[in-house]
Write a protein that binds this ligand. Structure first.
Ligand code: PRP
Length: 219
């Protein structure tokens, strides 16, 4: 069956906000990223004349595809990687998708000693409150987290804040910052060894692109 053809280098990318920032960064690194800008619903997209292909995934699934080797590399938020300990290599912080993971609650309200906390990040939230000696009840939700304190599901939330608009529009305020978040380039451990020339070259160019983008942003 095998013709000896090498599988295209496969990169898992998150659908949604990050794509917009990712395409220019990849292009700065010399990668053909036109396929990231097309608006159809194809989940596998070839690039660079077939040498490369992108897999379009929900952000939380990117590290799973990379860990199991269905993708050689991927682009994933530090929040996702912290929540579930994936066995992947993470050589570069891409400096895009910067946001903060915070504890937030209704403006001016004091939470009880044993708060209920709604979050998409149950492990990070549990570890955070345990470290502070606060016995919190963690309630896992999968989106629209800011709703939970408005309707009595929870007293607090642990969620990511980027512009702060969602908190503001729902009369919530930040109580504490749990951690800063940004987007990492990750690689499958076997691919990192077996395709070291391609991945190593890509990483060097990406590192240079990140530095260049940062210098440009600083003016
Ligand atoms: C994320 C996050 C916040 C919001 C923060 O939600 O969970 O709700 O973005 O961004 P902001 O500070 O710029 O307002 P997302 O848009 O991914 O949708 P979700 O609520 O369905 O998770």
């Amino acid at each position: 069956m095998s013709s000896g053809a090498v599988r295209p280098l496969t990169i898992a990318v998150p659908k949604g906000r990050i794509l917009k920032a990712l395409a220019p960064l990849l292009e700065r690194a010399g990668v053909d990223a036109d396929a990231l800008r097309e608006s159809d619903r194809r989940l596998v997209r070839e690039a660079a004349g077939g040498a490369l292909r992108f897999l379009f995934l929900k952000p939380d699934d990117v590290p799973t595809y990379v860990e199991y080797g269905a993708a050689d590399a991927g682009v994933s938020g530090r929040d996702t990687l912290l929540e579930r300990a994936f066995d992947v290599y993470s050589p570069i912080d891409l400096g895009i998708g910067r946001c903060r993971l915070v504890v937030a609650g209704p403006r001016g309200a004091t939470p009880p000693d044993l708060p209920r906390v709604a979050t998409k990040y149950p492990r990070i939230a549990a570890a955070h409150f345990a470290k502070q000696g606060v016995q919190a009840e963690i309630i896992q939700v999968s989106g629209s987290v800011e709703l939970a304190p408005l309707v009595g599901l929870a007293h607090l939330i642990v969620d990511v804040v980027e512009t702060g608009t969602t908190l503001r529009d729902n009369d919530l305020e930040i109580r504490e910052v749990v951690t800063d978040v940004s987007t990492l380039f990750i690689a499958n451990r076997a691919s990192w060894k077996l395709r070291s020339a391609e991945l190593g070259g890509l990483c060097s160019r990406l590192r240079a692109a990140v530095i260049e983008a940062r210098a440009q942003a600083a003016g």
